[in-house]
Design a protein around this ligand. Sequence first.
Ligand SMILES: [Zn+2]
Ligand SMILES: [Zn+2]
Length: 427
Amino acid sequence: MQAEATVSQTDETYQACPSCGRRIPAHANYRSWCECGWNLEPSDQDAPQGRIEATYLKLGQRIGKKLLQDMIQDSDAQGKLFRGRLLTNLFSGLVHAVTAALLIGCCYLIVKGMQGYYFFYLLAAVVALAVWFSMPRIPKLSYDGILLSRQEYAALYALVDEICEEMRLPRIDGLILDHRFNASYAQAGWRMKRYVTLGLPLFGILDREERIALIGHEIAHGVNRDARRSFFTLSAYRTLIRWHDLLNPQDSLILERNWAVFLSKNVLKLLSYIPLYMAVGFIHLYYYESQRAEYLADALSAEMSGTEAMMRLNDKLYGEQTFSMALQRYVLNGQQGSFFEAYKAIALAMPERERERIRRVELLEGSRLDYTHPPGAYRIQFLQRHYRSSAKVALTDERSDRIEAELKKAEPRIEARMIQDFQASLY
Ligand SMILES: [Zn+2]
Ligand SMILES: [Zn+2]
C-alpha cells in the first residue's frame, strides 16, 4: 500500500498520502504515516481475528472507560472482583457439569449394553466421543523457542528470580526465548508450572530498566491469578470454543450443491451459536477481572522498575512494524552480517517522527496492541496516577553486561529461525 516515493533535493524521501494527498516524509526503516490519520493503527493485525476477539474488543469500548475510573478510584473494586469471580466459577461449573452429565450418560448406556441391549453400546460410543471432546485438557507447554537452562543463562535467571522474590512469588519454572516481538506468561502441566517467554526482537532492544519492567509485567500475572489462568475457568472456556468449532464446519462451495449437506450444515451452524453465546457470556463475566489484572500487572511492574521505565517500555511495544520491516529488508536484499546488529542499530536510532507516530497511536481512543490488554491511553493514565519514582530492582553494569552476553549467545539460533519463518511466509 506504499505510495510511490519521490526524492527531493534535500535527499529526504517523501511520498503522497494515499488518503489526503499531503506530502509526507517516507523513511526506509519506519512506517510512513500522515497527520490525517492514515496508517495510524497500532499494528497490522489490528482487525479482530474472530467472533470471540471481536466481542472482546466491543466490550472493551463499552466498559473500558468505566473500568479505568474504577481502577483509578478503586471504588468497590473488591466487591466487584468477588462477584465476578463467583459468577465466572459458577459458569465454568455449568460447562463442566455438561461434560460430567455426558460421562454419566455414557456409563448408563454401557450398563444397558451389558444387560444385553447391544444397540446401547453403539450409543455409548457416540457419547464417549462427546465426553472425550468436551473433557478439560491439561494445558501443555507449547513453545517454539529455546527453553533456557539455569546454568547457561544464570544472569538472566538471577534477574527474574530477584523480581519474583520482590513480588513474594516462588521462582518460575522456566524461561523461554523466542523469535517474536512479544512477551508472555503461561502455566502448563498438571501442576500448572509457570513459564515466561521473552521474544528476543523486543527484549533485545530494551535497556536494563525496561527489561525489568517487561519481566515484571509478565510475572505479575502470576500474582494476580486472573481467571484466564485458573485451570477450572480456562478449561471451561476452551471447551466452549471447541464445541463452537465442532458445530461450525468450514465453508465449502462444492458441498453446498447437495441440499442435504446444505441443510445439515446450516442446522449445525445454528447450533454452534449456543456455545458461542455461552463463550460470549463468559467473556462478559471475566472481562472485568482479566482487564483489571492487566492494570495491576502494570502497577506491580512499575514498582519494580519505576514508572518512567514502564512508560518507555510501553512506547517500545509499538515497534513491531520497525522490526518486521527490518527483517523483510534483510532477507529480501540478501544482507550480510548479523541481522540483530542491523536491527538494533535501527531500533535505537529512532527518529522524532516515529516517536510522534507512537505518541499519536497510543493516545488514539481505544487503540490497543492486543485484544487482551486495555487501550494504550488508559494504561498510560493509570500508570501516571500510580507514579513510582524509584525502582525496587536494579541491575549493576556488570550484571547487565552478563545478561547482554547471554542474549548474544542465543541470537544466531533465533535469527536463523526468524529468517526461515519469513522465507516460508513468502511462498
Ligand atoms: Zn493524509
Ligand atoms: Zn499482560
